[in-house]
Design a protein around this ligand. Structure first.
Ligand code: HAX
Length: 430
């Protein structure tokens, strides 16, 4: 990876200098207030992290290195990784080098397959993905470099190597999880004549040879790759890697967060919801029927999966990108039709319900229905697809943070009584 290392070398010095200058010249300046509500409310909206790779605004959604995600729907995962980690669009030579570097690691080590096979039959595919990554920790060049005493400022170089290997290996781990967990037969080897990452992933899954399926896998890997630094999976890997744990530890931990129903598991919950609608009405229901179904869901104390977001206040552009895909590929499927009809009804229902700050759909409202339409019918696997993609952003964020020299994360916790006292004292001193 000579081109990538050389490119990042120049950036590392600039990033470190920039960070040092900000701390030195503006270290005492405030960038926001931490209210009691924020301390007790999951730190929502507290500006407390740096993420260079992407940003998410309430009114527009995801930008990768300041490019709106809707302008990137035609690119490959390799191009997205290059953009995330360097901030630039890759040239043909850069892409060639990256693809060759990835291709060395598409085939998953046998000990990972054995680890997955050794897991209980009822393991969730996300626990298998996390375990598979953790099993590969022994391969970490970052850990070896640290053990050999490489200077802290230079550790990012081995982090790049680990990231390349991890991003290239995770599709094979995920595909092995799919085939083992759902009794699909042998684990499939990567293609010998094609070094494209998403083509290989689509092939190793063994779901379909359809060109549209391959395009869906490509798009899926691009759309979920990064979503700034404050979401559960990104923040988890940020915290773990801040202790100088290597990327296998950090990404494996992030996958455990992604496995939660309020985060990455939402896509499987979402499809379950859609199938529930279909079953109840014996097909694609009318808008009135969906309205009633949604109200019943809310009145029984449940959320509408796939709707709402901690940051977004508009339709997630990634939802729009999947919609565009469905139209472009002329996907004819009941679940996809239900997704489209729910979109016409549920935002108004949620507005009338009055609780959710964002009544609009997020990416998870669409993605599962498309996977299902192309023959991947095992809901439990959908978050694994998400995880394969998200690993690209997690590793990019990790490398950039290490280049910048980010320190260990260590916020201060308070007891409820200390919080009460701190708030009272602040009030008295005001
Ligand atoms: N249906 C019903 N109620 C909802 C809702 C929805 N889709 N979204 C939010 N609300 C409710 C919340 O449960 C909360 O109620 P309480 O005050 O009783 O706790 C209230 O509205 C305010 O919540 P919020 O501030 O609008 O939303 P949060 O930032 O707390 O949570 C969530 C954001 C995404 C977790 C939330 O909207 C939700 O649970 N949505 C459904 C699950 C989902 O789609 N998750 C995927 C999110 C995308 C993602 O991260 N993917 O990985």
């Amino acid at each position: 990876m000579s081109i990538l290392h050389a490119k990042l070398l120049a950036q590392a010095e600039q990033l470190r200098a920039h960070r040092t200058q900000l701390v030195k010249e503006h270290g005492e300046h405030s960038v926001g207030t931490v209210t009691v509500e924020k301390v007790l409310g999951g730190m929502r909206g507290v500006p407390a992290l740096v993420c260079e790779t992407s940003s998410v605004s309430a009114d527009e959604g995801l930008r990768i290195r300041n490019i709106p995600i809707m302008e990137l729907t035609g690119v490959t995962p390799e191009e997205i990784f290059w953009l995330l980690i360097t901030g630039d669009r890759a040239t043909a030579d850069e892409l060639d080098e990256l693809k060759s570097a990835f291709a060395k690691y598409y085939e998953v080590p046998q000990y990972v397959v054995d680890t997955l096979r050794g897991m209980p039959k009822n393991s969730h595919p996300m626990s298998m993905l996390s375990a598979g990554l953790l099993a590969m920790e022994c391969e970490s060049e970052f850990r070896k470099a640290y053990d050999e005493g490489v200077a802290k400022d230079l550790l990012w170089k081995s982090l790049v190597n680990d990231s390349v290997r991890l991003i290239a290996s995770i599709p094979g781990i995920a595909a092995a999880v799919y085939r083992i967990r759902f009794d699909k037969g042998n684990v499939i080897k990567p293609l010998s004549n094609d070094n494209d990452l998403s083509n290989n992933f689509a092939h190793m899954l063994g779901v379909s040879d359809d060109a549209s399926w391959k395009d869906l896998v490509r798009l899926y890997l691009v759309l979920h790759s990064d979503h700034e630094g404050g979401n559960v999976s990104a923040m988890t890997s940020y915290v773990v890697s801040s202790a100088l744990s290597d990327p296998y530890y950090s990404v494996s931990a992030a996958m455990c967060g992604l496995a939660g129903p309020l985060h990455g598991l939402a896509n499987q919950e979402c499809l379950r919801f859609i199938m529930g609608v279909k079953e109840q009405f014996g097909g694609v229901p009318t808008e009135d029927e969906i309205r009633k179904f949604a109200w019943d869901q809310l009145n029984s104390g449940h959320v509408i999966p796939g709707y709402g977001h901690a940051v977004l206040r508009v339709t997630d552009p990634r939802f729009a990108a999947f919609h565009e895909f469905a139209q472009r590929h002329n996907v004819k499927d009941d679940n996809v039709s239900i997704v489209q009809r729910i979109y016409k009804v549920v935002p108004t229902v949620l507005q009338e319900h009055g609780k959710a700050k964002n009544p609009w759909p997020n990416v998870d409202a669409y993605s599962g229905s498309l996977l299902y339409a192309f023959g991947m019918t095992e809901f439990d696997f959908y978050t694994v697809m998400f995880g394969v993609s998200r690993a690209i952003g997690l590793c990019s964020q990790m490398v950039v943070n290490r280049m910048m020299g980010s320190p260990i994360v260590r916020p201060k916790s308070l007891t409820l009584n200390e919080l009460y006292k701190a708030e009272t004292l602040a009030g008295e001193n005001a």
